[in-house]
Write a protein that binds this ligand. Structure first.
Ligand SMILES: Cc1cc2nc3c(=O)[nH]c(=O)nc-3n(C[C@H](O)[C@H](O)[C@H](O)COP(=O)(O)O)c2cc1C
Length: 188
């Protein structure tokens, strides 16, 4: 396990395009910069990354289990306490649930609690398309997260919105902007 001089970065991934690059785009660079990375996935993202072998690679790299399920009350906490959380890519579903306080999986439980914890910054990159953004509830979700102090990697400069099924599925995620936001909000 690499113990990071910058602290513990809670890396949270969801079932959105680009999650397969979480290790190479975010976790490896974060560790190289001095973070200890602890990865948690939604159950859907866990299924995707288990199927393509990335979950095992993330565990080898971080020296920690990748969490995609809650622990039993009798089990010890498998991750150290995070100093900062990054949710990338965040599905439209995850953003909606986080904004409304739903915590029905391990990833939402951790990030939802961090939103209300003093001194734990949260960065969210919504990996969405133009249709997600036109949903009548979307702007309210974004406002709720902003009000909670979430640092959003969001907007035409970092992620111009494609119409559904029109952008390339392998479009590169703005990993440098995501990691830069984590450094800014955590003062590292
Ligand atoms: C191949 C594939 C790619 C997807 N890409 C996205 C995406 O980029 N953004 C998004 O919001 N939803 C995407 N979805 C839909 C989500 O996976 C779906 O809403 C799921 O319930 C999200 O689960 P989670 O938020 O718990 O991870 C995709 C689904 C599939 C099958």
């Amino acid at each position: 396990m690499s113990v990071g001089s910058l602290g513990v970065l809670g890396v949270v991934g969801t079932a959105a395009d680009g999650i397969e690059t979480l290790r190479t785009g975010l976790v490896e660079p974060a560790i190289a910069l001095g973070w200890q990375a602890a990865v948690t996935l939604t159950p859907n993202a866990g299924r995707w990354l288990r199927a393509n072998g990335e979950l095992d690679r993330l565990e080898s790299l971080t020296g920690l289990p990748v969490r995609d399920a809650p622990r039993l009350p009798t089990e010890p906490r498998p991750h150290p306490v995070a100093d900062c959380y990054v949710v990338a890519p965040a599905s439209a579903n995850f953003v909606a649930k986080l904004a409304t306080g739903i915590a029905d999986n391990q990833a939402l439980t951790q990030v939802g609690e961090a939103l209300g914890t003093i001194g734990v910054p949260v960065v969210v990159f919504p990996r969405i398309n133009a249709a997600h953004a036109r949903h009548p509830a979307w702007e309210g979700h974004i406002e709720a997260l902003r009000k909670a102090g979430v640092e959003l990697v969001y907007g035409a400069d970092v992620w111009p919105l494609d119409e559904p099924r029109q952008g390339p599925a392998d479009r590169e995620l703005p990993w440098a902007a995501v990691l830069g936001s984590a450094h800014r909000v955590s003062g590292t």
